[in-house]
Design a protein around this ligand. Sequence first.
Ligand SMILES: Nc1ncnc2c1ncn2[C@@H]1O[C@H](COP(=O)(O)OP(=O)(O)O)[C@@H](O)[C@H]1O
Ligand SMILES: [Mg+2]
Length: 207
Amino acid sequence: MITIVGNLKGGSGKSTVTFNLAVWLATRGRPVVVFDLDPQRTLSDVAEVRHEEAFSPGFPVVHGGTDLAERLQAAEGEVLVDVGSADMASMRTALGLAQRVVIPVPPSQADIWSTQRFLGIIDEAVVSARPQVVAFVNRADTHIAIRESDEAEEALRALSGVEVIDLRLYQRTAYRRSFSEGLGVFELEPNSKAAAEFEAFASMLYP
Ligand SMILES: Nc1ncnc2c1ncn2[C@@H]1O[C@H](COP(=O)(O)OP(=O)(O)O)[C@@H](O)[C@H]1O
Ligand SMILES: [Mg+2]
């Protein structure tokens, strides 16, 4: 299955989520290939750190190109695609072929607006079947007194053409720490809240 992790805005957590899902799948012995279509190449960088540190399992990371559509269609196993708005042509090609789009949305009005715009781009990019489109709040505030995540989730539910996942990933330093070392959050800090949240999230996407 081709799953795109996408949104238009940078900093929503696309690369963090893609990397952690790839490690999570690989750890379970599921064949996974990541297409890094963001010219920032964050995913390629973190995969290189993981490779240099000889952490296993690894997984292949490939890039775009003129034959992107053919290679996406030929890819076997689980395909994860990290897209960035700096390469809209590749983003559209991938959206046209994906079975699923997962949208991380930080709890802010600007991110809700960009998500709405992204839903429009998904619809324009559909070639035959529209992919399943799911969104979730990422980087949710851990203080329960702060209502922004609830408000963001409510605003997401009001958008049409997207299912809102009943799980949040909270803003936790474990994501930054593990990412900079080339590790999944559940590898570096297996007993952390971040790890438990991510496990629940990944198991829901890949039951
Ligand atoms: N749930 C989270 N908790 C804490 N930090 C996060 C979380 N998700 C992403 N980040 C941080 O936010 C920044 C942007 O994330 P990144 O995955 O690079 O976003 P994108 O690929 O959408 O630009 C990074 O510094 C990353 O460590
Ligand atoms: Mg990125």
